[in-house]
Design a protein around this ligand. Structure first.
Ligand code: HEC
Ligand code: HEC
Length: 216
């Protein structure tokens, strides 16, 4: 986090630079296993409290509804997102700036940290049992060939590691922003979700996002 110049050099060397930085980061950890157990943990916690907590809360249960809840999310999914914010494969100005100085090792540790936080869960405003949101989530919309969200994200939204993220209890506002970003192509790091979001109207997006907020 302290050396933006190094990040710039790494970026200019493209993947070669990143790969060698990853190797360099691994070497000391392998060399002294006992010292490595405490030191990286402390630095992850300081990154969380000084940077991430402002928007995601230290326990990963963000209060601002445009900022995703990270608590209990699958670690490999979060590491993938951080890697793609940094590379630009996932387009978001705020998070790209946050990820710019993170090393591949930081991204793994940050994913592990938030994965072990306890998710608080939420409530749907209108889309409870029998709602449009529930129908879409559990059964899709056959006439539009929209598959059930549950088929990949699980009946309770717990997701299926490594590939399919947890959705349960996520803020409806954030979920709605993502579905619209998949549809417009602004978030282009998930071709499967582009196909799905393309079939959805604004009303359907709002309904399923509200349902997901109450899903647990
Ligand atoms: C200034 C506010 C802000 C800060 C600070 C911040 N984030 Fe974020 N984060 C966001 C927003 C907003 C999004 C949603 C981006 C989008 O819409 O694509 C996000 C998205 C994410 C995601 C993707 C989650 C998902 O479900 O796909 C991860 C992972 C993440 N942030 C981790 C972090 C970590 C780790 C830090 C600290 C190093 C951090 N964030 C700091 C605002 C912030
Ligand atoms: C064929 C499998 C599949 C189906 C069906 C599916 N998804 Fe997804 N979804 C994915 C994958 C894969 C990702 C992870 C994308 C990534 O790695 O960035 C994802 C990501 C998401 C995200 C982003 C989560 C986050 O934290 O940013 C949302 C929101 C989402 N899906 C909602 C839905 C909804 C709503 C439905 C039903 C209408 C649905 N998905 C159906 C595969 C699927």
């Amino acid at each position: 986090m302290k050396f933006p110049a190094i990040a710039l050099i790494a970026a200019s060397l493209l993947s070669a630079g990143v790969a060698s930085a990853a190797e360099a980061a691994k070497a000391p950890a392998a060399a002294s296993a006992s010292a490595a157990t405490d030191a990286p943990k402390a630095s992850v916690e300081s990154m969380v409290t000084t940077v991430c907590a402002a928007c995601h809360n230290a326990d990963g249960n963000s209060v601002i509804t445009a900022n995703p809840r990270l608590a209990g999310q699958h670690p490999a999914y979060m590491t993938k997102q951080l890697t793609e914010f940094k590379s630009g494969a996932r387009n978001n100005a705020v998070m790209s700036a946050m990820a710019a100085t993170l090393t591949p090792e930081d991204m793994v540790k940050l994913g592990q940290y938030f994965a072990t936080q306890k998710p608080k869960g939420g409530n749907a405003k209108e889309n409870g049992p029998g709602s449009l949101g529930e129908k879409i989530y559990k059964g899709g919309i056959a006439a539009k060939q929209l598959p059930a969200c549950a088929s990949c994200h699980g009946p309770t939204g717990s997701g299926i590691p490594v590939m399919f993220p947890r959705l349960s209890g996520q803020h409806a506002e954030y979920t709605g922003i993502q579905l619209k970003a998949f549809r417009s192509g602004e978030r282009a790091n998930a071709p499967m979700m582009k196909v799905i979001a393309d079939k959805m109207s604004d009303l359907e997006i709002a309904a399923v996002s509200d349902y997901i907020q109450g899903l647990h």
